[in-house]
Design a protein around this ligand. Structure first.
Ligand SMILES: [Zn+2]
Length: 232
């Protein structure tokens, strides 16, 4: 059943920057980054439209072949898709991929569901208030986890040894210092040196994909203790 435009959930407010989408479309993103971007694109009509347009531009360039010009108008028609009414194809396809029963309430997008290990049957305890499901990754330095943060849980101030991607599926994460709120579909991308403290909005759990391409660097004693606990 299709929902009418009036009942569509609010579109995400935090997006993948254009160069990130270009790398993603070109297949140049790392696997863990691709998973995060695919999850955002599945929930973001604007980035889905831009991804389709970039794919069309890439297709036109390949079809033209080396040393030959693009067919007249092909670039324009591809770019015109950017102005086309947004439609979330991936959101529609999400319904065709079934999440395990204990996860169905969270509206996980298809790319996330496809990345779940076959044996995923329950959350793993990490620290009080935080549970996780580990997702397989190809890189040894990277981790990708579906995480459940209890309402009001704080992730103390930390830096990152490599890029961090967070995509929220249910509930919300707040970054008080910057007055930012990440709700369903929003993506947060943090690079080394970009430190932050996050808090799950009180009153409801926050379910999010958290990808780290390097180790977390806690900057508080409480953070170091929690990190040590999470590894025990
Ligand atoms: Zn977007």
């Amino acid at each position: 059943m299709r929902s009418s435009p009036r009942t569509l959930p609010p579109a995400p407010a935090h997006h993948v920057p254009e160069e990130g989408l270009l790398e993603y479309v070109a297949g140049a993103s790392t696997d863990p980054a691709s998973l995060a971007i695919a999850c955002h694109v599945a929930l973001c009509p604007a980035c889905a439209a831009e991804t389709s347009a970039l794919e069309a531009v890439g297709g036109s360039i390949l079809a033209a072949g080396p040393g030959r010009d693009l067919a007249p108008g092909s670039l324009e028609s591809a770019l015109a898709q950017l102005d086309a009414p947004p439609q979330s194809k991936a959101e529609a396809s999400a319904a065709r991929v079934a999440a395990p029963a204990f996860l169905t309430a969270f509206g996980l997008p298809a790319p996330l569901v496809r990345s779940l290990p076959a044996a995923a049957a329950a959350w793993r305890f990490v620290i009080p208030g935080v549970r996780a499901i580990d997702l397989p990754v190809t890189s040894t330095d990277a981790t990708a986890r579906l995480i459940s943060f209890g309402g009001g849980v704080t992730i103390p101030l930390h830096d990152h040894g490599g890029p961090e991607y967070v995509v929220v599926f249910s509930g919300a994460l707040e970054e008080k210092a910057e007055g930012k709120r990440f709700g369903r579909g929003d993506i947060s991308i943090r690079l080394t040196g970009e430190r932050h403290e996050q808090r799950a909005t009180p009153g409801e759990p926050c379910i999010a994909l958290v990808v780290n391409e390097g180790k977390l660097r806690p900057l508080t004693l409480r953070g170091r203790l929690l990190l040590a606990l999470s590894r025990s």
